[in-house]
Design a protein around this ligand. Structure first.
Ligand code: G16
Length: 544
């Protein structure tokens, strides 16, 4: 195995976003582009000699090519072992679990999450540290800095590795182990939930279910766990085969993209429970017969019912949500007298709180929920949590949600996304909002009086690090909020996200359509940011 040092020149756009580096496949296919970024990561990690690296991805186009490149670079850079998912596949939560279980030094996860795949679509790569969670900003800033100065990368001459045969082989100084991507994860799920109860509830048809894997990574996981272990019918998992282009769809679990599931769940033939996950298996969408559960409500409901799940029966140490997520979980935390933390968007911000034992559950409005079992959000975990809840409470999804609102009130919530906005326009929208902030407090708009208007800045209570400019918040005296921020995961132009919420304590008004109930605040958001006026658009691209 001959180590080669290849001269290279820096690319200036390798700044990781909310969750790793995401670009068009064609960008990653430029000579040395992937290699530069991977070498920049390796150069920033300190001593990596003889360490173990976990490697896998969501199976999208370019996954296998990238894995072969990374295997050679890892060997050249002195790693002692690579643990790779069979076929190059690992869901993001499964990768997090494997890093933790096998005490690896870290892992590289190849995914652009819910973004579409294929030769003209997106690819991505992120580094996770030894706790199994996404690298913190200190790391990602170091990767970016290194990528701007890089002059060479290391690789070895080596034939491509057979990614499809399980087993270990020693090649020169590196051991390469191909593992079943599902079994460790399935074992972990069995240690958290009451699988016997789930089996009974499914075999007796008390629970009927449909899971849409969206032609992405969760297909094999859902088939093994829901069908083979829990006994659901094989038709319960649709779009179960991971495809390089996700069948030409966005593997994004929302009502628009998981339309097959959505149509069934809002029909007379709806099963008890319906769910979908995304490209890399960390997101979840929860539905019941004739109801869609917003991710913010889902987090609050899981927190309020966690004691019913074997792994959380002793209660929660605390909970956390990202800043734009609704305040529904705050009400649960207040009632049960546990701490509730507000972090910036990005799962990486939960890692320190989880490691320090300050929180047990956390989640985000962007269809992410998780717990201290791994250090990533986890789509199938959320699905099993809901199934376990339905089985214990013997209630439908709609009854569980309505009971929750009855007890805690409803935080009516929606998010409007304007995608692929020209970057200068998006930046000017944010700049102009920023300028308005000092003038807003005290202003009255209809029945809403502005209580505060600021830009969210987060100080990590564990390591003291400070993250500025994490979204513009306008809060009202009655607890309602409008939040504006630019997405850190898009690959074309800029995506403006507008998050809107209003608390409704009156149970007689809980069954309202969110868009109608929030219409005044939606109009006010436009008045403040003028996104429609400045872009000439009439509607958001996506409403969730
Ligand atoms: C990633 C992050 C999440 C974040 C989401 C949306 O999820 O892990 O924490 O909420 O992006 O981020 P943004 O609003 O910046 O686009 P995923 O599922 O895309 O990896």
């Amino acid at each position: 195995m001959q180590i080669e040092t290849i001269p290279t020149t820096p690319y200036n756009d390798q700044n990781p976003g909310t969750s790793g580096l995401r670009k068009k496949v064609k960008v990653f296919q430029q000579p040395g582009y992937l290699e530069n970024f991977v070498q920049s990561i390796f150069d920033s990690l300190g001593d990596i000699s003889n360490k173990t690296l976990v490697l896998g991805g969501d199976g999208r186009y370019f996954n296998r090519v990238a894995i072969q490149i990374i295997i050679k670079m890892a060997a050249a850079n002195g790693f002692g072992e690579l643990i790779i998912g069979q076929g190059g596949l690992l869901s993001t939560p499964a990768a997090s679990n494997i890093i933790r279980k096998y005490q690896a030094f870290g892992g590289l996860i190849l995914s652009a999450s819910h973004n579409p795949g294929g030769p003209d679509e997106d690819f991505g790569i992120k580094y996770n540290v030894s706790n199994g969670g996404p690298a913190s900003e200190t790391y990602t800033e170091a990767f970016y800095k290194r990528s701007q100065a890089i002059t060479e990368y290391k690789t070895v001459t080596l034939q491509d590795i057979d990614l499809d045969s399980i087993g270990s082989q020693q090649i020169g100084t590196i051991k390469i182990t191909i593992i079943d991507p599902v079994s460790d994860y399935a074992e972990l799920m069995q240690s958290i939930f009451d699988f016997n109860l789930l089996k009974q509830s499914i075999s007796s048809n008390y629970i009927t279910l449909l899971f849409d894997a969206m032609s992405a990574i969760t297909g094999p996981y859902a088939k093994r766990i829901l069908v083979d272990i829990l006994g659901a019918s094989s038709e319960s998992v649709i779009n179960a085969e991971p495809l390089e282009d996700f069948g030409g769809h966005h593997p994004d679990p929302n009502l628009a993209h998981a339309h097959e599931l959505a149509e069934l769940m809002f029909s007379e033939k709806a099963p008890t429970f319906g769910a979908a996950s995304d490209g890399d298996g960390d997101r979840n969408m929860i539905t019941g017969s004739n109801i869609f559960v917003t991710p913010s409500d889902s987090l609050a409901i899981l927190a309020a019912n966690a004691h019913l799940i074997p792994a959380y029966s002793k209660g929660l140490s605390g909970v956390a949500r990202s800043m734009p997520t609704s305040q529904a979980v705050d009400r649960v935390a207040a009632k049960y007298n546990i701490p509730c933390y507000e972090t910036p968007t990005g799962w990486k911000f939960f890692g320190n709180l989880l490691d320090a034992g300050k929180i047990t559950l956390c989640g985000e409005e962007s269809f992410g929920t998780g717990s201290n079992h791994v250090r990533e959000k986890d789509g199938l975990w959320a699905v099993l949590f809901w199934l376990n809840l339905i089985a214990v409470r013997r209630q439908s999804v709609v009854d569980i949600v309505h009971d929750h609102w009855q007890k805690f009130g409803r935080d009516i919530y929606c998010r409007h996304d304007y995608e692929a906005v020209e970057t200068p326009i998006a930046n000017s929208i944010v700049e102009d909002l920023r300028k308005q902030l000092p003038t807003l407090p005290g202003q009255i708009f209809g029945e809403y009086t502005v209580k505060y208007a600021d830009e969210f800045c987060y100080e990590d209570s564990i390591d003291g690090s400070i993250s500025k400019n994490q979204g513009i918040r306008i809060g009202f005296e009655n607890g309602s909020r409008i939040v504006f921020r630019l997405s850190g995961t898009g690959t074309v132009g800029a995506t403006l996200r507008i998050y809107i919420e209003r608390f409704e304590p009156n149970a007689e008004k809980h069954n309202q359509d969110a868009q109608l109930a929030l219409a005044f605040l939606i109009d006010l958001a436009e008045q403040l940011c003028e996104v429609k006026k400045r872009t000439g658009r009439t509607e958001p691209d996506v409403i969730t």
